[in-house]
Ligand binder design. Sequence first.
Ligand code: 2RA
Length: 340
Amino acid sequence: KTYHVAIVGATGAVGTELLRLLEVREFPVASLRLLASERSAGRTLPFRGQSLVVERLDANAFENVDIAFFSAGASRSRDFAPLAVRSGALVIDNSSAFRMDPAVPLVVPEINPEDICLHKGIIANPNCSTIILLMALAPLRKLAPIRRVVVSTYQAASGAGAQAMAELIEQTGDVLREKPIVPRVFPYPIAFNLFCHNTKIDETGYNEEERKMIFESRKILHDPHLKVTATCVRVPVVRAHSESVNVEFAPGTRPSLEEARKALEAFPGVALVDNREANHFPMPIEASGRDEVLVGRLRYDLSNENAIDLFVSGDQILKGAALNALQIAEWWIKEGSQHA
Ligand code: 2RA
């Protein structure tokens, strides 16, 4: 069976990665429609040796579409995803628009694939920093119940889009050429600097990114009592997010480091990078371009007999967004559609 596919936000960093993955992973595409804003309409993008023309997104764009990937921001998803569903498409949405909607499954295929069958037309792709965190937690929670997670993120510029990646590179050159820095995409200089993730801070003092990590983790793991606290920071790295994680298990159940390493090594989509002799641990430069999330730096928390510390790096555009979304579609056509 082949599928009529649409990508909304086709010219963005995630959209272009999705296009590449559809080809590389040989997704059974019958036809492909690339949709974007007026500004990007008319551009062409390569697919299977052809040049596809990007069309303007409008209400009638989803006729005969079987699967529509959305990666064009929450407001576009809110406006157009219901129309796509009404046209009969399965929507896989990378925006935050529907993630916490109880009628919308929020899915990391290696973790909660069974939720995919519960969809009512829309399946939400989690926030990249949540996916990368949970790819490290999921193998460990098979060993023992996790009670609390403390996470600090080191988030790449790519999370703010292609222009943000370009700004990091441009500003870095400006600094080296002793030219003045003029922040445009980011609120502060990103070259040789780091700052609190630039999303709205609420009355609790947490920003939106941190709240996403807390509430999305609970929904994906089906664990409403999981305690999570997060500090999300933007750092001068191009496209891979890193996270320092402290995992606290139920009293007396902390697994051994050996058990933890074995579980991580066995988990699909995770690569263990944990070499103390060589001081070689997950780095964004090695995570970039890889499907796997790198996990390492495992050690017992010397301040808490129930906790383990670790470090994670994952490609924000791949497993953090485009790859996870495509894996949801791959799971759906292999397993889920029979349940339709
Ligand atoms: C970021 N997770 O990294 C957010 C959105 N992709 O900025």
